[in-house]
Design a binder for this molecule. Structure first.
Ligand code: AMP
Length: 420
């Protein structure tokens, strides 16, 4: 027999894990709402071209990580590898700019990238992120960084670093890239194959290379884009840093943080945590003033971040989440008692909104009691044929151990008057 297994790079989440995920998700929704962001949900797949145009052909995502296929109607489709381009597409399609000059959108959704799976890196994973569309001003950049930082703070993530940089406006990019390429002319052949490829196609990404030899060559030869940005770009960056200082968010200025997606400009940032190990990035983001125009919309400034939910859950202390135990474990013995007990359990769930675990394995009283204890239910109800004959039911308070018999018809009254 074939034993089916989940696809490499994907994960099943079992109920104990989902219980933590749900609590984490609820807190994220709450934080986003507190900041005035509204949730957006876009389809899981889009036209492949959206990502090619949005992210850029020379990025890892587009060149080698997308799950794409041609459907029966000859449409080239892709499972979304990120959410900024789909959100921008929806923003343009629904003409949101006509409704309000400012849109604050957030998402918490599933993504797909065909990366090499390892701890903290899957092929199907989840991101939450915020996109503030409409403001060109640095206070918006600072607010986006603060939302990301405060979210991780709320989950008590340890050893965090906020790396911040500015890559300036797109206008300076062409001049800078020329300068960068010419400064690397004499050492080009000593760079790794990937970097040699990137020099022509996506030279900013050279700074993302993990190869220490490439990094040394860059340190010795390459100019940094931050040193080339214009005065107004610098002022923008300066205000972001002043707000972060005022708000009390610690950051380090990392001039090598460029983030290699085509759509970024001005502010770029990344938050890492040492508690994650090799894949230490909790989130990344920045300003992307050209994306909406690039996708066919009106020129619209925007800034946002995307954070990995799996990474956040890996980094947080699980014991800050409580396990929910059932309100009631319902023990019953004998056929007639089982039938009546089924009706009572149903009534209690509907009328009193209690969590009721109903015995269905027809175990002995002793075994059912043991299971009730294991479930950590607050109350145990016991109905046997003997009690049924008297129209009574036993209620046991599992905290105090106190046990009493009451009339079945008084159960409603009992649950109305008790917090258990
Ligand atoms: P990116 O969209 O590449 O800027 O990634 C934003 C964040 O998503 C990263 O900082 C990670 O926390 C998370 N992330 C990216 N790729 C993966 C992956 N393959 N598996 C799990 N989390 C990821």
């Amino acid at each position: 027999m074939i034993k089916f297994r989940n696809i490499k790079g994907t994960h099943d989440l079992l109920p104990e894990q989902v219980a933590i995920w749900r609590q984490v998700e609820n807190i994220i929704h709450l934080i986003m709402e507190q900041n005035g962001f509204g949730e957006i949900r876009t389809p899981i797949f889009e036209n492949t071209d959206l990502f090619i145009r949005g992210i850029g052909t020379d990025t890892d995502i587009v060149s080698k990580e997308m799950y794409s296929w041609t459907d029966q109607g000859n449409n080239l489709l892709t499972l979304r590898p990120e959410l900024t381009a789909p959100v921008a597409r929806a923003y343009i399609q629904h003409q949101l700019s006509n409704k309000n000059p400012m849109h604050r959108l957030y998402y918490l959704d599933t993504l797909f990238r065909r990366e090499r799976p390892q701890k903290g890196r899957q092929r199907q994973f989840h991101q939450f992120g915020a996109e503030a569309i409409g403001s060109p001003n640095p206070e918006q950049d600072a607010e986006i960084i603060a939302i990301a930082y405060n979210t991780f703070e709320k989950f008590k993530i340890k050893d965090m670093t906020v790396n911040l940089n500015s890559i300036g406006s797109p206008q300076i990019r062409t001049k800078y890239l020329k300068l960068l390429r010419s400064s690397l002319d004499k050492v080009q052949s000593k760079l790794c194959g990937t970097c040699q490829n990137r020099i022509e196609k996506n030279a900013l990404r050279l700074f993302d290379c993990k190869n220490s030899n490439c990094q040394t060559l860059l340190d010795q030869n390459a100019p940094l884009i931050f040193d080339e940005i214009s005065d107004s770009d610098y002022l923008h960056f300066d205000i972001v840093t002043r707000i972060l200082n005022e708000v009390g968010i610690p950051f380090s200025h990392n001039k090598k943080l460029v983030r290699g997606l085509d759509y970024y400009s001005h502010t770029t940032f990344e938050i890492t945590s040492k508690s994650l190990g090799a894949q230490d990035a909790l989130c990344g983001g920045g300003r992307y003033n050209s994306l909406i125009e690039q996708l066919g919309g009106k020129p619209t400034p925007a800034v946002g971040f995307a954070a990995g939910l799996e990474r956040l859950i890996l980094a947080l202390e699980k014991n800050q989440f409580s396990e929910k135990s059932p309100d009631i474990y319902f023990i019953h013995l004998g056929q007639d008692a089982t039938i009546i007990a089924s009706r009572i359990a149903n009534d209690i769930r509907i009328k009193h909104e209690k969590v009721v675990i109903f015995e269905v394995l027809r175990r002995s009283l002793k075994a059912q009691m043991r299971e009730a204890g294991r479930s950590q239910a607050k109350t145990v109800l016991i109905l046997g044929d003997d009690e049924l004959k008297k129209n009574k039911i036993i209620i046991k308070n599992m905290q105090s151990g106190e046990q009493k018999e009451i009339e079945i018809s008084k159960l409603d009254q009992y649950f109305n008057n008790t917090s258990n």
